[in-house]
Design a protein around this ligand. Structure first.
Ligand code: PLP
Length: 435
């Protein structure tokens, strides 16, 4: 309660702003994930790794646009490339362009894809990847993991972080089917559970087009695959002719220079990309095996979009591609590892019921003493401590992502010094908890 009082003192302008915004924007936000109670912080501007809110508070941004700002706010290389497109080249042709072709080649090379198509959001990419898998297999159903979030497409609004009273028995999770999704066309399995996936594929394999999964789940803090899990998933999908879709919207460049799939050594049939690849502009993509993507060539499916691959976002993407060398990403990852180690030491010293999880340039504190392997483990973590930890940070000028399902991002411009403010903030929380 004390921390919430403190919150409302320094962020009064954000409170007022939310009141005004709520008149014309539902909840006063432009995406439901931007909202939290009593109101979200409204940001006026950002530069590098820092934000300024509408009250004039300067905050360390460890949310970084849910990972989209991997190269930092107002990155000069991105700004120069986008300015050139805006002032010299043009922003939209709705024709093929050398810019889009060059970026398709660069992405195919980086992520080891045969073919790729650009979209404007992760949601669209998931929708089209599933359409692609359905066209390729001639099957309708899909499998997803319990609790998993993959954007706003109706067909994936199933078992998205459901309440414990809605989810059914652990060995047979219940899908909650929204009104316009045909019952029986979405199967839900626990992540890291090969038994459940095997059973679903054995019973329904002939009707299943795709298994959609984040290779490392980054919508439930960070949940990593058990050793051998993804390789076994790959084999099961092959056995049943099911298209394996890795949703790399969140992992992407933040998991390593070539994404999580390559880092973990398992090749999906399709991947979806968004966020980190666009330098803050709305760029997303889906791509993968030629044989699967060729459903767009032979007319089994079409893929549309006025703004797809426009020269403005392609300019930003090329700048990001040039900035995000393996060396640059490795340096940011080293900053992240040092911060994770420092926080681990504090957890040990103060015997906190928590552990850290990191992947690439992302990290989080999970408030549980045992590893989280799936959604039900995640639901058993201590949400009160997670909320306090978020609030403690934001009250002291550190903005980690809103919501308790997210992780921090060490951008390419976030320094050891920046991360030491997170570490020291965490130490002060540990001291307060133990006092
Ligand atoms: N897939 C995953 C794993 C996501 O985390 C998100 C968004 O957070 C999406 C898809 C949807 O992406 P977008 O918000 O660009 O539509």
């Amino acid at each position: 309660a004390q921390e919430w009082e403190r919150f409302e003192t320094w962020s009064a302008g954000s409170g007022e702003h939310n009141k005004r915004a709520s008149q014309s924007l539902p909840l006063g936000v432009t995406s439901s994930f931007q909202h939290w109670d009593p109101y979200p912080i409204s940001v006026a501007s950002a530069r590098g790794a820092w934000l300024t809110d509408v009250d004039g508070n300067r905050m360390l941004d460890l949310s970084m646009g849910f990972g989209a700002m991997l190269v930092g706010h107002l990155n000069p290389t991105v700004v120069a490339a986008v300015t050139e497109a805006l002032t010299e080249t043009g922003t939209l042709f709705v024709t093929p362009s050398p810019q889009a072709t060059e970026m398709s080649e660069r992405f195919c090379q980086r992520f080891q894809l045969d073919m790729i198509r650009f979209t404007n959001s992760g949601t669209e990419s998931l929708m089209y990847a599933i359409r692609c898998a359905r066209a390729y297999t001639g099957r309708k159903a899909i499998v997803k993991v319990e609790g998993g979030y993959h954007g706003g497409y109706d067909g994936l609004q199933i078992s998205v972080k459901p309440g414990l009273d809605e989810i059914g028995p652990a060995d047979a999770p219940t899908p909650q089917v929204p009104f316009d999704v045909e019952a029986g066309t979405v199967h839900v399995v626990a992540y890291n559970d090969l038994g459940q996936l095997t059973r679903v594929l054995e019973e329904h394999g002939a009707e299943i087009a795709a298994f959609v999964v984040e290779p490392v789940i980054e919508n439930l803090s960070i949940v990593v695959p058990d050793a051998g899990y993804l390789a076994a998933v790959r084999e099961l999908c092959d056995e049943h002719g099911v298209v394996l879709i890795f949703d790399e919207v969140k992992t992407g460049l933040t998991a390593g220079a070539a994404g999580a799939a390559q880092r973990l050594g398992v090749k999906p049939d399709l991947i979806t990309l968004a966020k980190s690849i666009g330098g803050g502009l709305p760029l997303a993509a889906f791509g993968g095996r030629r044989e699967v993507m060729e459903v767009v060539v032979d007319g089994r499916m079409a893929h549309f979009g006025t703004y797809n691959g426009n020269p403005l976002v392609m300019a930003a993407a090329k700048a990001v591609d040039e900035i995000c060398t393996p060396e640059a990403l490795a340096e940011a990852e080293a900053v992240n590892i040092r911060a994770l180690q420092a926080i681990d030491a504090i957890i040990d010293e103060y015997e906190l019921p928590a552990h850290t999880v990191g992947l690439g340039v992302k990290g989080c504190v999970t408030w549980s003493t045992t590893p989280v392997r799936n959604y039900r483990d995640y639901k058993a973590t201590d949400f009160r401590l997670a909320e306090l930890s978020w609030l403690w940070g934001v009250n002291r000028g550190i903005l980690t992502p809103p919501g308790l399902d997210e992780q921090w991002l060490v951008s390419l411009v976030t320094t050891d010094e920046d991360m030491s403010t997170l570490v020291e903030d965490f130490r002060s929380l540990a001291q307060a908890l133990r006092a």
